[in-house]
Design a protein. Structure first.
Length: 405
């Protein structure tokens, strides 16, 4: 799935992930090594009483080529009988054989750790462990961060549950007048926010949300703690501005649509704007086999990550997770504006299912179908999406909007 609204991205910083494909397991690790999709590697081993190398990364990290600070964060969990270290070896730029020393980060790492940037060159990364038991390793995140507070944007906030599952938020109060526009970023392999320029151009307060997990996001679903933190983030933004749910617009494109719809069941906003809706995350994964071979393989990782399996029962369980929450909501004060692809190969029945689950309720819903598969007319979806925003802001909130596409 390409970045569905790349023209709305806010970039300029180096933010990368080193995935499982770049890991190299040490030759000394000979017991139980199990790959859980592209989500993580589980290693069960007798490492011994002293630290020994477990894995390294084939790709090095360049450091020192800008003035901005860096941080590193790796997704590691382990049994209490296992200890681990992240060892960062420093190499001089232009002379890879000159070793400058190392920085050792002692586990457990509960969040991003600042890097000591005292040289220009490269870092090679190794994970070492001792003890006996299970060690699970996911992606390694390398982030060039803001010199002031924030990671991707000045003033943004990192949130995480007790397992280290992350999301990011950025609130811009703008003129402080309604509505609050909440935008859930879509699939992004490059970490950061989507929608900054678009939302800022609207002139109203806005809240950006980003899900950096797995290859490009995990549909904003997670543990009870994770989802509660995300809902609280939206409510806190509303509280800061003094807004009610009827002064909020929830929105997203593609992967961001599930987040917008899912959390709208708690916020009960004025409007939900969805472009290329994906309402059934389980079905999105199931369709990878026949309907869309190789088109969005990370959807299978999402299913495995959220449900612990990839069989039909897991597919239906993940689908029901969305609809069970959605069906309990009173949307009598909410309107839905939805643009969908008529031959969508990710979630073909998303719009139809949305109509079914809103049937019999006092809800306004406007739908527009466009010919093509999920990624065939992203530009058309984006332009429609912006027009809906401008229309609602002008007609319902008295905000003059310039027609700019």
């Amino acid at each position: 799935m390409p970045n569905d609204a790349g023209m709305f991205a806010r970039g300029g910083l180096d933010n990368y992930k080193l995935s499982l494909e770049s890991m190299r397991i040490a030759a000394s690790i000979r017991q139980d090594v199990r790959y859980e999709g592209h989500d993580r590697i589980q290693i069960t081993e007798r490492f011994g009483p002293e630290y020994v190398p477990v894995l390294s990364y084939a790709m090095n990290i360049r450091i020192g080529h800008t003035q901005k600070p860096y941080e590193i964060w790796t997704e590691v969990s382990c049994d209490k009988t296992v200890s681990y270290q992240l060892r960062l070896s420093k190499w001089q730029e232009g002379a890879a054989d000159i070793f400058l020393g190392e920085q050792i980060l002692e586990g457990p790492l509960t969040g991003p750790v600042p890097l000591v940037k005292d040289f220009n060159g490269f870092l090679s990364v190794e994970l070492w462990a001792r003890g006996e038991g299970r060690l699970c390793v996911g992606e390694l995140h390398y982030r060039e961060i803001q010199e002031t507070e924030g990671t991707f944007l000045p003033g943004d906030v990192r949130h995480a549950d007790s397992a280290g599952e992350e999301f990011f938020s950025y609130l811009n109060r703008m003129d402080g007048k309604p509505p609050l526009n909440v935008y859930f970023s879509g699939y992004r392999s490059l970490e950061g926010f989507e929608g900054y320029h678009m939302m800022r151009s609207m002139g109203a307060p806005f809240l950006l949300l980003a899900d950096p997990r797995l290859e490009g996001g995990s549909f904003y679903l997670g543990s009870e703690e994770y989802e509660q933190k995300l809902e609280e983030t939206i409510r806190d933004a509303m509280k800061q501005l003094g807004f009610s749910g009827q002064q909020v617009i929830m929105s997203g494109i593609s992967m961001g649509t599930l987040g917008a719809a899912y959390y709208s069941a708690a916020i009960l906003p004025h409007t939900v704007i969805l472009g290329k809706p994906l309402m059934n995350a389980g079905s999105v994964a199931a369709n990878e086999k026949l309907l869309r071979p190789g088109g969005f393989a990370t959807s299978l990782d999402v299913l495995l990550h959220l449900e612990g399996a990839t069989d039909e029962t897991a597919v239906q369980r993940l689908n029901h997770r969305m609809w069970n929450r959605f069906d309990r909501a009173d949307f009598s004060g909410t309107s839905f504006a939805v643009s969908y692809m008529q031959q969508d190969d990710y979630d073909p029945f998303a719009y139809e299912n949305l109509l079914e689950h809103l049937k019999g309720k006092t809800v306004q819903i406007y739908g527009k179908g466009m010919s093509g598969r999920h990624n065939d007319n992203t530009d058309g979806i984006v332009q429609w999406f912006k027009r809906q925003y401008r229309k609602i802001l002008q007609e319902d909130f008295g905000r003059d909007q310039e027609e700019s596409g």
